[in-house]
Design a protein around this ligand. Structure first.
Ligand code: NAG
Ligand code: NAG
Ligand code: NAG
Ligand code: NAG
Ligand code: NAG
Length: 387
């Protein structure tokens, strides 16, 4: 009796857990341990967000600049769960069943962010109106030293500012975050906030807001492979653009020549700054440093190598493009690259459409020891000469 009660409670919790009152149409067991629930699109958590009360699912995007829109042929196995060969039925979307304690909100204060978050960022010298961006980044498998630290490569599209606490930001990329995902795989992630990371928005689909339309791509799903030193580079090409009609920001993954899979969109009604364009765009790497051992973390950004290690070894942001009108993407022409903690993580501009980023270089501590040894040697030798 008690057991049956416990089981029913458990089933109830699971059902609530996937965001809808109806059970999933299909559940797929991914080889990496993820449980993928296919739920009807209209039952996704997004629609429970107060700002989306009267929102009607929009599909497909009104237009995609410079892109032949094709339904993606998903013969390939871009994400780990694709390896099962099973996909979600028409009209449903794949949702990773959340097992961690995190609800997806960022709730990190500005002081916390400026203290523990470190960046290598590419941005623009000029400040035009931005209607979209695209970037091709290689995906790595950075080592995360602290369980609650993360490492990522991503796009930021923002309006507003930290100082006015009205920073509106939409973000997408790949991320390794053990505490959040309960493993160290590189996963596709998205994020949004409209109050400088205070109370609104959050990661992936865990908080409502982003409306997913794709039945092929799983937000939060692990990417099948990562880049190999001196070998195959695994690319993630992301495009975000403003839909002219609905004013939503669409997210797409480009998975072949001119083939784009629309993943979903951030509806215009989420944002507190209601311009048609974004004020800034940035691309780059970010890590968190929790100073756990009383020293700076050894968590890697990108591949863990500094940018001067050369292609095949380093993380890149390449083929940088922006849309300066609602209808056309063009190569970036005024790239600026900077780092917040260049002693650990550095950037290097190759040209206006490509830069390398990463650190703090593997075996860094050994190199430091060797340097120290030489210093002692010279010092001792110097003393010896003096006497
Ligand atoms: C997290 O991963 C560990 C190791 O793979 C596993 O034993 C544990 O059950 C997972 N936690 C949850 C909540 O699923
Ligand atoms: C999410 O978790 C954070 C931190 O534990 C908490 O402060 C916040 O209230 C939670 N938000 C929701 C919507 O449950
Ligand atoms: C934001 O405020 C800080 C501290 O008050 C100041 O140093 C900084 O210049 C301001 N930034 C902008 C963009 O206004
Ligand atoms: C976060 O929002 C709350 C409620 O509006 C506000 O009191 C607080 O000052 C905000 N915190 C920051 C860091 O902006
Ligand atoms: C910029 O550098 C990258 C990497 O070397 C190269 O692939 C690309 O063609 C270059 N682009 C331009 C416009 O020179």
């Amino acid at each position: 009796m008690v057991i049956r009660w416990v089981i029913s409670l458990w089933v109830l919790l699971l059902t609530i857990g996937v965001g809808g009152s109806t059970p999933p149409l299909l559940t797929i067991q991914s080889p990496d341990g993820d449980i993928v629930d296919c739920i009807l699109r209209e039952n996704q958590l997004a629609f429970q967000h107060p700002l989306l009360k009267n929102h009607k699912l929009q599909e497909p995007p009104t237009h995609i600049p410079n892109m032949v829109v094709k339904e993606a042929e998903m013969g390939y196995k871009w994400q780990v769960w694709h390896q099962t060969g099973t996909r979600c039925p028409e009209g449903s979307i794949p949702i990773r069943r959340v097992i961690s304690k995190h609800n997806g909100t960022s709730s990190s204060s500005i002081s916390e962010r400026t203290k523990s978050h470190e960046y290598v960022i590419g941005s623009m010298e000029n400040k035009p109106k931005i209607y979209g961006t695209q970037v091709t980044m290689n995906v790595w498998h950075p080592v995360i030293e602290g369980f609650n630290e993360f490492s990522l490569g991503q796009i930021w599209l923002t309006s507003g500012s930290y100082n006015d606490s009205d920073l509106n930001s939409i973000e997408a990329g790949w991320q390794v975050y053990p505490d959040f995902y309960n493993d160290s795989q590189a996963r596709l992630f998205i994020f949004w906030t409209t109050d400088a990371y205070n109370l609104t928005g959050g990661y992936n689909l865990r908080t409502g807001g982003f409306v997913q339309t794709s039945k092929e791509i799983m937000v939060e799903g692990a990417i099948s492979q990562t880049s190999i030193f001196g070998g195959d580079q695994v690319d993630l090409t992301i495009r975000i653009w403003k839909d002219t009609k609905s004013k939503s920001w669409w997210l797409g993954i480009i998975i072949g020549h001119n083939v784009l899979e629309p993943v979903g969109y951030w509806p215009a009604s989420l944002f507190t700054i209601q311009t048609d364009y974004a004020e800034t765009v940035q691309w780059g790497g970010e890590i968190t440093n929790k100073n756990e051992y009383g020293r700076h973390t050894e968590t890697q950004m990108g591949s863990g190598y500094f940018p001067d290690s050369g292609r095949g070894k380093v993380a890149y942001m390449s083929n940088l493009q922006i849309a300066l009108t609602e209808s056309e993407f063009q190569p970036l022409q005024d790239l600026f690259v900077g780092a917040t903690h260049p002693e650990y993580y550095r950037g290097k501009k190759l040209n206006d459409t490509c830069f390398y980023y990463g650190g703090p270089q593997q075996l860094n501590s050994k190199a430091a020891h060797r340097m120290l040894d030489y210093t002692i040697l010279y010092f001792t030798f110097g003393l010896f000469l003096l006497f």
